[in-house]
Ligand binder design. Structure first.
Ligand code: SF4
Length: 374
């Protein structure tokens, strides 16, 4: 995506973006004047975090809106002890670990799966969960363990892979599910007295699965305005404008500024797979801690594929990397640039914490696009 600039006069879409931006700034300044502070708006999607940085919108709005990034990167919110568990499995005889690429470099309490791979352990990167099923089929003498990470967007494909493994009668495939659900995390953020959020930009991809009305609780229970946003400049500006208009008018609603993709009820087929394969469970989020009913574990019909039942290894809660402030960054309490390791000992080439590892992590996005901005 080309970096956007308000002087793009010749292109009608860019010109419209310039007008929206100007209106947004006037509105934000007027509201800030009334309440004596900038509004605090959080985006809770890693793709939004990257889009806000890459298009320059975060910097352009910095004096008007306090835009905070939340726990929207699934790799980043995976707790260190989950990675420690996968490291223990990787070091078992005859085990192949399969996972998505970003996970390989994320540190547990000490090591990463990349380190285990360098030691000679079998750690494979998969681009889809079905590849892990294929891997199990092709290696009947090995145990293939897939590390399932991601939110409501990724979990249905993983659920399908488990169903496929069941249909094939595979005995050497299992899943360690650290899938997490976005609405319970939003409830925890909305209730957090340290954050004092004025509004939420809701994740377009997750909303496409769950539907807009899955977020009605934010307005009903927490009196927090929220708007579903897409990922282009006009989508984000339109959603922010809708949020600010709600706030100016004293409304608390859950709006949808991405109706071309997000419906009221979401993707019923994907929801059906989630219900069929998974059950709700507590989940430990890096940065947010333990949140009840915010995770997905395999339900009783599929629990023979649950890696934690095959290898019930004992794990202790693990600290994150020394000096890393990912916990605060993921909660919107610190900017990446407020970490003293940022850009010094922690860079995308040599990341210290998960928010610098993942391409959707806040620290990586700030490093690539916003260095020097604060
Ligand atoms: Fe952690 Fe690096 Fe981000 Fe600091 S800059 S919070 S060490 S990932």
């Amino acid at each position: 995506m080309e970096a956007w600039h308000p002087d793009h006069h010749k292109d009608p879409a860019k010109n419209l973006a310039g007008r929206l931006l100007a209106r947004l700034k006037i509105l934000a300044a007027a509201i800030a004047g009334q309440c004596g502070r900038r509004l605090v708006i959080m985006e809770v999607c890693g793709t939004h975090t990257v889009a806000l940085a890459r298009t320059g919108l975060r910097n352009l709005l910095a004096g008007y809106i306090d835009l905070r990034s939340g726990p929207g990167c699934p790799v980043c919110v995976t707790a260190p002890e989950e990675i420690d568990y996968m490291l223990l499995l990787a070091r078992q005889e005859g085990v192949i670990i399969a996972t998505f690429g970003d996970m390989v470099r994320v540190p547990g309490s000490n090591d990463s799966l990349e380190k285990a791979r360098m030691e000679g352990c079998q750690v494979r990167v998969c681009y889809s969960p079905r590849e892990a099923v294929e891997l199990a089929r092709a290696n009947p003498g090995k145990e293939v363990v897939f590390l399932g990470i991601g939110f409501e967007t990724t979990a249905p494909a993983v659920g399908l892979a488990v169903k496929e493994a069941a249909a094939l009668g595979l005995k050497n495939f299992s899943l360690h599910s650290v899938h997490k659900l976005v609405p319970p995390a939003l409830a925890a953020l909305a209730a957090d007295p340290d954050l004092k959020l004025d509004g939420l930009l809701l994740p377009g991809h997750v909303s496409a699965i769950l539907g807009r009305r899955a977020f009605n609780f934010l307005a009903a229970e927490y009196k927090l305005p929220a708007v579903v946003a897409g990922f282009e400049v006009l989508d984000i500006l339109g959603a922010l404008l809708e949020l600010l208009l709600q706030i100016q008018q004293g409304k608390t609603q859950v709006g949808n500024a991405y109706p071309r993709v997000v419906s009221e009820g979401g993707n019923l087929k994907a929801q059906g797979i989630l219900r069929e394969v998974f059950a709700l469970a507590p989940a430990n989020w890096r940065g947010l801690g333990l949140i009840p009913q915010s995770g997905l574990k395999l339900n009783t019909a599929y629990q023979t594929f649950d890696a934690t039942r095959r290898w019930p290894l004992e794990l202790k809660p693990a600290p994150g990397p020394t000096g890393c402030r990912c916990d605060r960054v993921l909660k919107g309490l610190s900017l990446p640039t407020q970490c003293h390791l940022f850009g010094r000992s922690c860079t995308p080439l040599q990341p210290v914490g998960p928010c610098m590892v993942s391409s959707e992590g806040s620290c990586a996005a700030y490093y690539r696009y916003s260095r020097g901005a604060g």
